[in-house]
Design a protein around this ligand. Structure first.
Ligand SMILES: Cc1cc2nc3c(=O)[nH]c(=O)nc-3n(C[C@H](O)[C@H](O)[C@H](O)COP(=O)(O)OP(=O)(O)OC[C@H]3O[C@@H](n4cnc5c(N)ncnc54)[C@H](O)[C@@H]3O)c2cc1C
Ligand code: SF4
Length: 510
């Protein structure tokens, strides 16, 4: 009897060792486009199209190599098989298999399904580690388990030492592990930004785009702009283009905000990494090679490697370590409904409108837009944690729960009371003004605190400090802000609180 490999849409690494263990003459690969996966949140059309197209390309590549792929497209599963469970049981009913092969999933929800199969399917089940990460879940679990406060900076040092990346004679290249200090330049509006490499949809993608436009008509996303890589080869070209044209300036403008460019010098490769079209080691090694060839400075290369070897691996370990209940945390009791403009981008706050618009239309916003523009607003306004997390999971091309949840619930909303990030990323309009040029084009005045023209971040920031002053009065990195708030006169405080209440009462009007 043969083996059946169930391959999920975020497990598209054709170099996974499992493939070489299959006998093409009798083993099968099962892949399916399913309603449960495509609809558990209103995913961006770009995300659905990207995953379906990448899956179809992988199925084709496997077939070309002689594998037998049982591929169920969306039209064939619609109304018949909703979930992985449905399609797997259907396939097992068609013919007997000796062994079911699975790859570690990216969500508690799917892991629970795997565990169910282990207990009630009458066949041998083998679960292999995913290959599009540096470290196995087992190694990450062990690292987290014996730390009192498992912070990313400690993890990153461990990861550098373990992989030997950017290390010479057991020491970090350049004498220190972290060059973040050099990576905080504000945007300079006259800087020209190279356009990223784009890919015209081929016949497979064109068919998928038509399908998604028809079946997911109400979801966010403007598919006329679809230009993503959908194969490993194209993803590699996108990476090479980034290394050549944008990596050299990636570091210094990593935190910058620009009013007329949503991408700046970022890599745009997170989705390729997260579904397995790119391997994180090959990505980091390509960046490090650029440093050794004198093409990119160390602060840019180290900063980039830290995002992938550090943050990406760390949040994955953190997600599994925190367990399923992490999604229910709401330490700051944030329960305010999301304003409708989260789904339309129709608001006057320039920085926020630009970030939300790019998120909805292109399924992309860079890290500072996600954290310090949209995330910080949600934190200050006390927007409902679950609703915000669901929004992030829905709109971004790269959103999978293992990476979205720690970043949103933990880093942006501080709803885990500091398990992930030592302090809340709360900021007034001053930060946004310092890092970019949005404020120059905004109807609000970033220097005003109250009144119809005042930048809403300002009063909301102090209201946030006021609301949580007991919690943060002894916090090493927040106590100063609490004492600054307390130094304001009663009159100043009352004016700010009255104005921020007014803003909170009518967020739709912003
Ligand atoms: C609130 C919030 C939600 C986020 N949700 C997601 C998400 O759903 N999926 C996702 O992949 N990233 C998420 N991130 C992290 C980061 O914003 C994106 O990875 C990045 O913007 C993707 O664009 P890029 O490929 O151009 O990244 P670059 O800026 O070029 O960075 C290079 C790579 O580093 C990795 N990386 C950088 N920061 C992080 C991080 N904090 N966590 C994990 N990996 C990181 C990504 O793989 C990224 O492609 C989120 C961040 C925040 C603040
Ligand atoms: S004034 Fe405030 S709302 Fe307007 S762009 Fe600046 S920070 Fe954003």
């Amino acid at each position: 009897m043969s083996k059946l490999l169930l391959l999920l849409g975020d497990q598209l690494d054709l170099n996974h060792p499992l493939f070489s263990s299959l006998d093409t003459s009798k083993d099968h690969v099962l892949m399916a486009e399913l309603a449960d996966e495509a609809r558990y949140v209103p995913h961006n059309k770009h995300k659905i199209a990207f995953i379906f197209s990448a899956m179809r390309h992988v199925a084709k590549a496997l077939k070309d190599k002689g594998f037998t792929v049982r591929y169920f497209d969306y039209q064939s599963t619609k109304g018949r098989w909703q979930s992985f469970d449905d399609i797997l049981r259907h396939q097992l009913a068609q013919q007997p298999y000796r062994q079911l092969l699975l790859i570690e999933p990216g969500e508690h929800r799917v892991k629970a399904m795997f565990e169910q199969w282990q207990s009630d399917l009458n066949l041998e089940i083998k679960i292999s580690p995913a290959s599009h990460f540096f470290f196995s879940n087992e190694l990450l679990k062990n690292w987290f388990a014996d730390k009192r406060q498992p912070r990313m900076e400690h993890f990153y040092r461990f990861a550098r030492q373990r992989t030997r990346l950017l290390m010479e004679d057991n020491k970090p290249v350049g004498g220190k592990f972290n060059f973040d200090h050099d990576n905080r330049e504000p945007w300079q509006a006259n800087t020209s930004v190279p356009e990223p490499r784009t890919f015209a949809p081929d016949d497979i993608s064109a068919e998928v785009l038509t399908l998604v436009e028809k079946e997911f008509a109400d979801n966010p996303g403007d598919l006329s702009q679809f230009a993503l890589a959908v194969t490993a080869e194209q993803a590699k070209q996108a990476l090479e283009d980034f290394i050549e044209k944008r990596l050299p300036d990636f570091g210094r403008f990593q935190d910058a905000l620009s009013d007329d460019n949503a991408l700046l010098f970022h890599s745009l490769i997170s989705a390729y990494l997260n579904v397995g079209l790119l391997n994180p080691r090959e990505v980091c090694e390509a960046a490090i090679e650029a440093y050794y060839h004198g093409h990119a400075p160390l602060n840019a290369v180290e900063g980039f490697v830290r995002q992938i070897l550090g943050w990406r691996e760390y949040v994955r370990g953190f997600y599994w370590y925190q367990g399923q209940n992490y999604a229910d945390l709401n330490a700051l009791a944030a329960r305010r409904a999301l304003p409708a403009w989260f789904w339309s981008a129709k608001l006057n706050m320039r920085c926020l409108a630009k970030a939300v618009d790019a998120s909805l239309e292109q399924a992309y916003a860079h890290h500072i837009q996600r954290l310090m523009v949209i995330g910080s607003f949600a934190l200050l306004a006390g927007l409902d944690v679950k609703a915000v997390c669901e929004w992030y999971l829905a709109v971004y091309i790269d959103a999978f729960e293992w990476v979205e949840l720690p970043n949103t619930l933990g880093m942006a909303l501080h709803a885990d009371n500091g398990r992930l990030a030592s302090k809340p990323y709360a900021a007034s309009g001053r930060y946004i003004n310092k890092m970019g040029d949005h404020c120059k084009h905004c109807i609000y005045d970033v220097n005003k605190m109250t009144g119809a023209k005042a930048c809403p971040y300002n009063a909301l920031y102090w209201q946030f400090i006021h609301r949580h002053q007991q919690r943060f009065e002894s916090h090493p990195r927040m106590a100063l802000m609490v004492s600054q708030w307390r130094k304001k006169s009663d009159q100043q405080q009352q004016a700010i609180l009255q104005w921020s209440d007014k803003l909170l009462d009518d967020l739709e009007a912003l």
